[in-house]
Ligand binder design. Sequence first.
Ligand code: X5A
Ligand code: ZN
Length: 577
Amino acid sequence: MNCRSLFVHFSPACKIEVPERLTVSHGALVRNGLTDRCICLPVREAVDAEILLVHSEEYLEAVKQTPHMTLEDLKEFTLQYGDVYFHPNIYHCAKLAVGSALQLVDSVLMGKVKNGMALVRPPGHHSMRSAANGFCVFNNVAIAAQYAKQKYGVKRILIVDWDIHHGQGVQYCFEDDPSVLYFSWHRYEHQKFWPNLKDSDYDIVGKGEGAGFNINVPWNKVGMENSDYLSVFCHLLLPIAYEFCPDLVLVCAGFDSAIGDPEGEMCATPDIFAHLTYLLMNLAEGKLCAVLEGGYNLTSLAQSVCQTVQTLLGDPLPPLTNLTGPCRSTLESLQCVRAAHRQHWSCLRHAGTISTKRIKLSGEGNKDEAEVGEEQKSPEEKIWPEPPKRICPPVCSAVVLPDGVVCPDIIILFQIRNGLALVGDAAMTMTCVVQYVAAEVDSRYELIKNFPFPSQGCTDTSGFAQAMFSLLLPLGYQYNPSLVLLVRMPGSGVCDIMWQQLTGLLQSFAHGHTLVLLQEDDKACVGPTASILLGNPAPPLGQLPASLKEDAEAVERLRSRLQADWNLLLTTGESTK
Ligand code: X5A
Ligand code: ZN
């Protein structure tokens, strides 16, 4: 009896964690011409010593027996764990899944590739030291993190788990370890959703030395949208991640958090993953390894994988439309997590009206009692448009030096992605560009300009970072500009590294159409700016100290003043207009 016929008779078998998840994802990458632009790494099996970085000897020995078990024995073996299925071939596949993640970490840390994604199964983030769980056998990402620490001496690792389930296996592995910051958002519904653990709630922040290095964001409603995901990135993950300053970013890249997924039942569209990916790419000098976890709607999964990989390859991002702001339940969760972590992260210290007491959470029901008719449809039947082909101008950057005429129509016509000009009078040129663009190119132009940074001549890196994440990013997303005009006024006081991070983050908007104006005497800034415009990651800011109280409070005041008009700026559920 060959494996295939064996499998047919093997029950229970998993209905959704199926081989097609990989063939369909890979097929979509091929069709979009993305595999041609990737370096395909050879896979290998992980060796025992690597698996033992996270798992117990007894557990490994037990799993080792599974290929030789009778079907009866396999069934029984399976039953001791939660929601996992052992096929005679799964031990082999699980070793390849771990090995692939390690091959990727090796290639990124040895500088052979900038970043990458491992398309593997079985997934890993639910498996624990001595237990398989939730379709997972070995914890691919947890092992990859331990391996990076051990083999390369990596000091700080950020794990972002955007799968819609809580990776409790990863949490348990690192809960007392301050060198690994684990962030997970997950469908929770006040503990009614699998795996139904108290350990998944926002008040589980890590233990001992690791206190503050475990971040849980519970989704207490289904139907979360792009705005909900973005607001958690802007107001929670990014400020903390930058303060942490990782040397390596690992992503538990599950796509069951996308629309159409039968497990997640969320409504975020596949293009959100382009943005989630990009927002992490200026950390750790771009060293990012994504490892596939869940994702069970084959259409949504394949689109999401393509969005992620295309972003890793450096293509401009698809602008997000319809950002209507986070729902009330998200704001409640956000407020709770921020309060729980306030004592651990200085970026949250001055966050206005954060109360530390457990706030009252609203009851069950549909998301903000909207879309009543929608709920009748099963999540797989949800319809969403296929993400359009992403615009990718043939020329990345145009540079005008030193005093030439700025010609923004090239950018608008999409022949060039971005541009940089060194001009005699940056302020005057800005005015001209605005008039030119407004009058002749696009009647519906939008610009981000005169951004009100905390205090004149802000030298406080932390205050500036706070302004970027909690003001500029949400405003930019909701404004959805078709051109970003970035002007560096003389005496702005922004250091080069901060400027590079700012330039990098602004690439999220307007298909990356950024026009940078530098003052003529600012020649030293041309190189660092051009580097970012050409797609290189910005250098790390370093572990951020606490920001100056006045700056932090100024940012916070501005944020709360503007939040009535721009609801992506909201951080609490209390002060809604
Ligand atoms: C990796 C992953 C889901 C398990 C669901 C069990 N596992 N009900 O997405
Ligand atoms: Zn999942």
